[in-house]
Design a protein around this ligand. Structure first.
Ligand code: DGL
Length: 275
């Protein structure tokens, strides 16, 4: 019996989505880890940001995009990566219930890797309000109780400023939020590790690193998610030919096109999605 996605047979892409351009930070790691796979990326920029919306809104958008990626006859994804911490927290369990046969990989703030890296065991966490308020995040934090102190900062407006590429606003918000988290450094009682718990934030990492100092470790989840995707994928493409990339946006296609050029160094025509 033929199984779609097997070597030498019709290739099916891996779907990836985020509220906007942030998930490109995950897509970059995915394309490095799985260079022969085809990817289709949806930026839900027409409905971004997710982080300050209610859970029901994020669930509805996540379901709409997941269904589109599965049902569209020319896409028909073989796996789904939710490249968004906020959407993962709100909807990963529901999307898995909707289609138990589809491998679905979510992202969560990299608290566990941060505990392993930190010496002072004081860890800053920047994430959206939605992620930090979620049951999923609470369970993750509780599972690490006693291993480190987490100072969690909701970063209203930061994903949106990154989405719009508003440099002075990005710098001002990063300064406000790192200032609110506390004293960074390697000394006892200082915060030596900063978790970037939203996939947009790696695109502000140069500003953040300048603000917290060069010795502080910034931790995101691109590479762990890419490795996890390799582990759970039953059928890997192995054609020897680099995979193709389709980019779709529910918002301004030019913004995604510019971000893909800037962050992934790819020139792909972005198609407008009206879902
Ligand atoms: N990039 C998303 C995340 O990882 C969401 C940002 C937003 O839309 O607020 O949470």
């Amino acid at each position: 019996m033929t199984q779609p996605g097997l070597i030498g047979q019709v290739k099916r892409p891996i779907g990836v989505f985020d509220s906007g351009v942030g998930g490109l930070s995950i897509l970059k790691a995915l394309r490095t880890e799985l260079p022969f796979e085809d990817f289709v990326y949806v930026a839900d920029s027409g409905y971004a940001p997710y982080g300050e919306r209610d859970e029901g809104f994020v669930i509805t958008r996540s379901r709409t995009i997941a269904r589109y990626l599965q049902d569209h006859d020319r896409l028909s994804i073989k796996a789904l990566v939710i490249a968004c911490n906020t959407a993962t927290a709100a909807a990963v369990h529901l999307l898995r219930e909707d289609d138990p046969a589809l491998p679905i990989i979510g992202v969560e703030p990299a608290l566990k890797p941060a505990v392993a890296l930190s010496h002072t065991k004081r860890i800053g966490v920047m994430a959206t309000r939605g992620t930090l308020a979620s049951r999923k995040f609470k369970a993750l934090r509780d599972s690490l109780a006693g291993q480190a102190e987490f100072i969690c900062q909701p970063c209203d407006g930061l994903a949106d400023a990154i989405e719009r590429d508003e440099t002075s606003k990005i710098i001002a918000l990063c300064a406000d939020y790192t200032g609110a988290i506390g004293q960074f450094g390697l000394k006892k009682d200082q915060i030596d590790t900063l978790v970037l718990g939203c996939t947009h934030y790696p695109f502000a990492s140069h500003h953040l690193q300048t603000l917290v100092g060069p010795e502080v470790r910034l931790v995101d989840n691109g590479e762990p998610v890419a490795r996890q995707t390799r582990r759970v994928l039953p059928l890997l493409a192995n054609s020897g030919q680099l995979g193709k990339l389709v980019l779709l946006s529910t918002g301004n296609p030019d913004a995604l096109q510019a971000a893909a050029k800037r962050w992934l160094d790819v020139n792909v025509n972005v198609q407008r999605l009206t879902s």
